[in-house]
Design a protein around this ligand. Sequence first.
Ligand code: GLA
Length: 395
Amino acid sequence: MDRRDRLIARARQGFRLAYGVEPTRFFAAPGRVNLIGEHVDYNDGYVLPCAIDRETIVALGPPAPEAKVPHFEAVALDMGDMASARDSFALGGRITPGENNWQNHVRGVIQAMGRYGHKVRPARIAIAGDVPIGAGLSSSAAFGVAVALAASEYSGLSLAPETLAKIAQIAENDFVGCACGIMDQMASAASVEGHALLLDCRTLQTLPIPIHGSLAVTVIDTGLRRDLTTSAFNQRRAECEAVAEHFGVKALRDLDSAALLAEEGALDPVLFKRARHVVGEMERVEPVAVALATGDTAALAALMDEAHRSLAADFDVSLPAIDHLQGLVREALGEAGGVRLTGAGFGGCLVAVSAADARTAIDDAVARYNRATADLPASAETFKPIGGAAPIVLG
Ligand code: GLA
């Protein structure tokens, strides 16, 4: 049994246990790692994430035959015991937030679908996943997109990937309370196997960028997590919006380095640094896409290192231990690839895009870091870039 078969078996088993019958359909949506364009999506710029072979699976079946009022029922198999990880809410009326965070990803999605005029049929679902939670690999986007896809397909709506992504984002914004952008949900909904996804976050246009055959994408999980991630994230977003307002533009996408520099004296120094990161990061996205497609590891090394330093010094979303590990991996790789903090930050993961045979250099650097660090060991894993959310056809 491979990874996905095991996950499907777990979702099937959980569905049987919760509802006493077999599920009839299965759906999957992947997590993602962002290669470049960090904290750029909510500033309307271009980003370059790719979906990874870690997914949320939804097993779905019709509602209980005895149910009188149309309900949507869910059990989340990774979110605690069978009692606390269940939810049931009526369709048709106003859907309000639930007590647990995971419930709000389901309720938020179904509510957003209704708000946009998509009529959801009553159903029962069981959700299982293997996207690491809290590691910056977008387990919540995978969760939201998988639920949106399942509800859409079962209700005969066949919503487009951009619509599924927007619905999952609205659920996070309105029900979960995170002012996230659209990147994670789009990566989960619209990625293409073997490619990274160049995404224009203003228009939602996408261009799949082939990942050169000599390269590998490795995620190094530091194990470090910072509290208050949501509030710090929302604060960064507010800081970026304050700068856009200062310039009278819609978003920082509409600004270039020269215009920003000219106003340095008039801006609060912290706001200036935040904007300097975003504007600089936007300029790195296209060169990284070219380096990815051509296998130019020396360019990846230089651009990703610049990106890391900018995230740490100007956007202030790194931690000293993460900077230390990034330095060790960077030195070990030399010109064989690049490494930087990925995702929202505040702890989490580094991503390395390197020559596939440089994996031992990464492992050596991680081992050196772990020997010197007492408690939390870091670990590296190479992921395959897979396709976006889709129904599962069982053979
Ligand atoms: C989180 C958010 C995304 C994006 C990244 C930072 O993953 O959910 O929308 O803003 O952080 O690039």
